[in-house]
Design a protein around this ligand. Structure first.
Ligand SMILES: Cc1cc2nc3c(=O)[nH]c(=O)nc-3n(C[C@H](O)[C@H](O)[C@H](O)COP(=O)(O)OP(=O)(O)OC[C@H]3O[C@@H](n4cnc5c(N)ncnc54)[C@H](O)[C@@H]3O)c2cc1C
Ligand SMILES: *[C@@H]1O[C@H](CO)[C@@H](O)[C@H](O)[C@H]1NC(C)=O
Ligand SMILES: *[C@@H]1O[C@H](CO)[C@@H](O)[C@H](O)[C@H]1NC(C)=O
Ligand SMILES: *[C@@H]1O[C@H](CO)[C@@H](O)[C@H](O)[C@H]1NC(C)=O
Ligand SMILES: *[C@@H]1O[C@H](CO)[C@@H](O)[C@H](O)[C@H]1NC(C)=O
Ligand SMILES: *[C@@H]1O[C@H](CO)[C@@H](O)[C@H](O)[C@H]1NC(C)=O
Ligand SMILES: *[C@@H]1O[C@H](CO)[C@@H](O)[C@H](O)[C@H]1NC(C)=O
Ligand SMILES: *[C@@H]1O[C@H](CO)[C@@H](O)[C@H](O)[C@H]1NC(C)=O
Ligand SMILES: *[C@@H]1O[C@H](CO)[C@@H](O)[C@H](O)[C@H]1NC(C)=O
Length: 628
């Protein structure tokens, strides 16, 4: 890949990316050199062959420990980092009178306007699900208590080059400091935060380069591709895709990171039945490994990393700095939507939003929608549904979107007719308006967001469950029970088969259950974990898990999507990684014997645990990381 880079180069050349002739700015590949290290041994590289040290401290060094790096050492690291080391306070600290940065105006901005801006996505600490950071320093007009750092890291490297990532990894390894990796902070299990940690913040590892003709080393892909910085969010990748008239499959939420957690944890999209998962987009990766080295991983070189980094979890084997991914031809996404609600009367006129008064009719309709998941995925589509619980004056509601890549509105309307006829026959008078269509990559919307504090669990449903009437009926009863118990049952029918993936020559670490799955469903609680006591929070998890136990029993051979799951999923090794678990744990052992990288429920993570803070019930990141 360095070769490709050099071949394209014409004067003037600025090494490490940027404008080169007319070329687009690529990711900055400047590396840490022997000269940069000089006599600062704390940032020197590791040696895998001599990794096992005689003294193995039980815990990672923690602020206040004699072993915690001195201020002068942090300052020296900052020099190597060219000033990119931050020591941030949690954003809502401005609302706390005892904080050094107390500021009512800044607090007012957070309370009223921040969620509509990219403020939180551009914040070095914020994670979008709060309870894993220990519910510390929550936003409030007039908060009680003081703002503490809680489960947030102490130092953050605002990385803009490979060199920054290497220096951070080396320093953390040499000084026994906990290391975390944060891109956007969308992970809901606390994998992008950690108390007493040094964080590598990949958000500004941007850069993008279109490669019209790319041949995957050792693989079977030959065609258009793109080289993308690990920090690009969906909305940014889409703007590049629009510019080159290509399609880059991505998460439905525009602020998720396209080339961090999404590709390393699985990655589903409305195009999954057509182009496979996020892991299937990846042709080659640039990675900083636990020894601090900068390597390429593809089917030809470092195959073990290439396997593990495609679905075996982020924050485990190395830090991806950029990815070469498939660039598909431009495609439209066409969506037909409707909903039906259980109400006091049955609608007399057909329409896209109707009510029915008979509960059993409603639930029969619920089942029929899911049964339509099979024809949808077999036609390359994505069936998006929300089974909403009764709340306030609204009774149960089923929201449906049939999302069809590559079909016109007329074709999509025809495609949905059989489902509409079935529902009409049942007595649900739904009809659809003309489906909407847009160029997939033209999607625009909010590039902001704000932290929330929900909790959810998930399940992957194998095709076999949908093709056996007895199993299907049991699975639907278990799904219905979640809605009746007050949860949102959010179904996403898709089939990211190996065929959709283009029959890649190199096996991916992602749970093989995904290849046989026809639905990934999230089950959301309505609780706000920030308003519950820790004991109540744990009780909410237990109650949800009771319904998940029934769903698991009704979906034999299934699993759960690592990236969107309950961090307390029982038997998580098998649920999240299936038959790949052993191989992934082996890659972890051989690539990171130091345990530089750690985050919950990743392969090999059993060897360590975060010590619980007093009163903690759920597994937060608000504590010291120690060997078990
Ligand atoms: C609102 C919302 C919508 C979502 N929609 C979808 C969806 O449509 N499809 C889907 O598949 N998922 C979806 N997700 C889940 C999402 O894919 C995961 O949360 C994913 O892990 C986010 O990755 P990130 O890099 O943006 O976030 P982060 O939380 O910053 O990172 C996630 C994990 O990856 C690690 N990581 C990040 N970057 C790197 C890197 N460069 N190298 C190594 N490790 C890294 C982090 O350490 C962490 O463990 C959604 C989540 C939310 C909150
Ligand atoms: C790192 O150096 C930069 C530039 O000199 C400075 O602005 C920043 O505050 C330093 N970071 C820390 C944590 O001291
Ligand atoms: C901030 O939010 C307030 C209240 O929601 C609104 O009235 C105001 O217009 C917003 N200001 C800006 C700059 O968006
Ligand atoms: C908050 O901080 C102040 C000043 O630092 C301290 O006096 C006080 O005891 C703290 N309050 C709590 C609840 O910890
Ligand atoms: C991080 O670095 C980027 C790129 O240099 C810069 O734009 C941004 O302001 C920095 N963020 C913080 C919080 O320092
Ligand atoms: C690339 O990264 C190096 C090392 O961090 C930095 O010195 C250089 O200025 C960066 N180049 C560009 C063009 O941003
Ligand atoms: C974009 O790609 C599509 C699909 O390949 C093609 O039909 C269309 O003509 C292209 N548009 C432009 C402006 O090149
Ligand atoms: C694709 O969507 C665009 C709107 O974004 C529309 O103009 C175009 O006609 C659509 N193409 C097809 C083939 O439906
Ligand atoms: C359907 O599944 C049930 C339960 O596992 C099994 O007993 C039955 O044989 C299956 N039916 C068919 C037709 O495969």
């Amino acid at each position: 890949m360095r070769l490709t880079f050099l071949l394209f180069v014409t004067a003037p050349l600025v090494l490490g990316g940027r404008e080169v002739g007319n070329r687009q700015e690529g990711p900055n590949e400047t590396q840490l050199t022997v000269k940069d290290i000089g006599d600062f041994a704390d940032v020197s590289f590791g040696n895998l062959k001599r990794s096992v040290s005689a003294t193995r401290p039980r815990c990672k060094s923690f602020p206040g420990d004699p072993s915690w790096p001195r201020a002068s050492e942090w300052a020296r690291l900052n020099k190597t980092l060219e000033g990119a080391l931050l020591q941030p306070l949690p954003p809502a600290s401005v609302c706390y009178r005892t904080s050094p940065n107390f500021n009512t105006e800044a607090c007012d901005f957070l309370l009223r306007n921040a969620s509509r801006t990219s403020f939180y996505l551009d914040d070095p600490l914020t994670i979008l699900t709060q309870w894993p950071q220990g519910n510390t320093c929550l936003l409030s007009q007039d908060p009680a208590g003081n703002c503490t750092q809680g489960g947030f890291p102490i130092y953050v490297v605002n990385a803009t080059s490979v060199k920054h990532v290497q220096a951070a990894v080396n320093f953390a390894r040499n000084k026994n400091v906990r290391l975390v990796v944060k891109n956007t902070g969308h992970d809901s299990s606390g994998r992008s935060t950690g108390a007493g940690a040094l964080s590598v913040w990949t958000h500004y590892l941007k850069g993008f380069e279109f490669l019209p003709e790319y041949k995957q080393p050792g693989g079977n892909y030959h065609g258009p591709a793109a080289r993308a910085g690990a920090g690009l969010q969906v909305w940014e990748a889409f703007r590049h895709a629009e510019q080159y008239n290509i399609t880059l499959p991505a998460a439905s939420c525009l602020t998720v990171g396209s080339y961090g957690g999404w590709i390393t944890g699985g990655g589903h999209s409305p195009l999954s039945s057509k182009f496979g998962l996020g892991v299937d987009q990846v042709l080659s990766l640039q990675v900083v490994t636990a020894d601090g080295r900068y390597v390429t991983a593809n089917p030809k070189t470092n195959e073990d990393l290439f396997f593990a980094l495609r679905g075996g979890g982020g924050s485990t084997y190395g830090i991806v700095t950029s990815a070469i991914v498939k660039a598909h031809p431009q495609i439209n996404l066409t969506i037909a939507s409707f909903s039906f609600t259980l109400g006091s009367t049955t609608s007399t006129t057909p329409g896209p939003s109707v009510t029915v008064s008979d509960a059993e009719t409603f639930w029969k309709g619920f089942n029929e929608v899911f049964a339509f998941g099979i024809p949808t995925v077999d036609a390359g589509g994505y069936l998006w549904t929300n089974g909403n619980p009764a709340r306030g004056s609204t009774n149960y509601q089923m929201q449906v979107q049939v999302q069809m890549p590559g079909l016109t509105p007329a074709e999509t309307a025809d495609f949905v007719q059989p489902l509409l006829r079935t529902l009409n026959t049942l007595g649900i008078p739904v009809a659809i308006a003309t489906p909407t269509t847009r160029v997939y990559s033209s999607q625009a919307g909010s590039t902001g967001g704000a932290p929330g504090n929900g909790y959810f669990a998930s399940r992957l449903f194998p095709r076999a469950v949908f093709e056996n009437a007895t199993l299907f009926s049991a699975a639907m009863s278990a799904a219905r029970a979640t809605v009746e118990a007050g949860y949102v049952f959010h179904g996403l029918n898709m089939a990211p088969t190996l065929r959709a993936a283009g029959h890649p020559t190199a096996r991916a670490g992602v749970n093989p259950v995904w290849r046989e799955a026809v639905m990934h469903a999230d089950v959301f609680t309505g609780v706000n974990m920030g308003t519950l006591t820790p004991a109540e929070g744990r009780e909410a998890q237990r109650r949800l898990d009771g319904y998940m136990t029934a769903l698991r029993a009704a979906t034999p051979g299934g699993g759960a999507y690592f990236n969107e799951a309950d961090v307390l999923e029982p038997d998580w090794q098998r649920s999240f990684f299936g038959s790949n678990y052993g191989a992934l744990a082996w890659v972890k052992r051989s690539r990171d014997p130091w345990h530089v990288f750690w985050s919950p429920t990743t392969p090999g993570s059993e060897a360590w645990a975060v010590e619980k803070a007093p009163g903690d019930e759920l597994p937060t990141q608000n504590g010291r990381l120690c060997r078990v």
